[in-house]
Design a protein around this ligand. Structure first.
Ligand SMILES: Nc1ncnc2c1ncn2[C@@H]1O[C@H](COP(=O)(O)OP(=O)(O)O)[C@@H](O)[C@H]1O
Ligand code: SF4
Ligand SMILES: [Mg+2]
Length: 325
């Protein structure tokens, strides 16, 4: 199945309409504004971007939770155009949320939480369902299974809650998992553990995964490719090794520089991170959206024209005028 296309997203735009008094149209938040990518079966992909860059909107649009304004999403050869059955989509795409406690119904036991998707989708007999629950719990290491089955979410640690959320996302044997900052609310000590678990599950079942994060330092644990998101667009797309060893976009360089260095010797080292705030998505900057913060902008060009995606080397795309051919 590897290399076979699982998901294709073309020129996707998701705009939220703004209304004064809930009535008068005052503009749009252009949360996704021309996003294009493909994902193969069994491939893990990371999307990195700062808060407010449109990462959650991307996930919500793929899951059909918010409607796309324009563009095309094709998943498993089905066009997702609002007519696709949400039930079918839910059984094929597992969702791992950012806040595991908020994502779990507080009054349901672990068994009930894992049973629910199978009941809703009418899959399996009661014996098969019970077997599947045990199988998935073993896979995510909620062990011993018998001890956990009757527990409620508040009785679990943050790491165990996220394991349960992953188990629920897996229970219907999806072909794609979308994970929205799955470790950002966990203690640093369990973050790597959860990312490694997701990677193991992905490899075992040849799953497609879209892993969303604001933390570029976690990427190397995870994926084959990484996409850098800035102000509702992908500004750089490449394989993980390539993006780390041959960083091109000035924003990606800034993200890499901003990764904290745990070495106390370097505690006072000056870091050259561009000043400024993420731009408004209601009125994004003209031309290249990064130009107000870019230390190497080309006057007369960068603020005028949006750079297209240049392919600087094979499968390494960058939206920056510095790399025009
Ligand atoms: N329902 C909504 N209505 C209006 N604006 C929204 C809505 N949801 C998100 N936004 C805005 O869209 C932008 C992108 O948000 P989001 O996708 O949550 O980004 P991220 O996950 O990268 O932090 C932000 O400016 C956010 O305020
Ligand atoms: S296009 Fe211009 S402003 Fe944008 S990142 Fe490249 S050099 Fe900087
Ligand atoms: Mg988000």
């Amino acid at each position: 199945m590897a290399n076979e296309l699982l998901l294709s997203v073309k020129d996707l735009r998701t705009w939220y309409e703004l209304k004064k008094w809930g009535f008068f149209h005052t503009g749009h938040v252009k949360a996704l504004d021309g996003v294009t990518f493909d994902l193969s079966h069994g491939e893990a992909l990371t999307v990195v971007g700062e808060s407010g860059s449109g990462k959650t909107t991307l996930i919500k649009t793929i899951l059909g939770l918010v409607p796309a304004t324009s563009g095309e999403i094709t998943f498993s050869s089905h066009k997702l155009d609002g007519k696709t059955s949400i039930g079918w989509l839910r059984s094929k795409v597992g969702f791992v949320q950012q806040d595991p406690y908020g994502a779990l119904p507080p009054f349901m036991s672990v068994r009930r939480i894992l049973l629910e998707p199978m009941v809703i989708n009418k899959t399996g007999t009661s014996i098969e369902r019970e077997q599947r629950i045990r199988e998935v719990m073993e896979e995510v290491r909620l062990l011993p299974v018998n001890d956990f089955l009757s527990k409620f979410p508040h009785m679990l640690s943050g790491g165990q809650q996220q394991r349960l959320v992953i188990a629920r996302a897996m229970i219907l044997r999806p072909s794609l998992i979308v994970a929205d900052e799955p470790v950002s609310m966990l203690d640093a000590s369990v973050r790597v553990e959860i990312l490694e678990l997701m990677r193991k599950v992905q490899k075992t079942h040849d799953l497609g995964v879209i892993y969303i994060t604001h933390d570029l330092s976690t990427v190397r644990y995870f994926s084959e490719r990484v996409f850098i998101m800035y102000a509702a667009r992908f500004v750089e797309k490449a394989e993980v090794r390539e993006i780390i060893h041959n960083t091109l976009h000035p924003y990606t360089k800034a993200l890499l520089t901003a990764i904290p260095d745990p070495d106390p010797e370097n505690a006072n080292q000056y870091r050259d991170v561009p000043a400024g705030e993420p731009p408004s998505l209601v009125k994004p900057p003209s031309g290249c959206r990064f130009h107000p913060r870019c230390p190497v902008r080309i006057e007369g060009l960068c603020e005028e024209e949006q750079p297209p995606a240049f392919e600087s080397s094979r499968d390494h795309f960058v939206e920056c005028w510095l790399y025009r051919k």
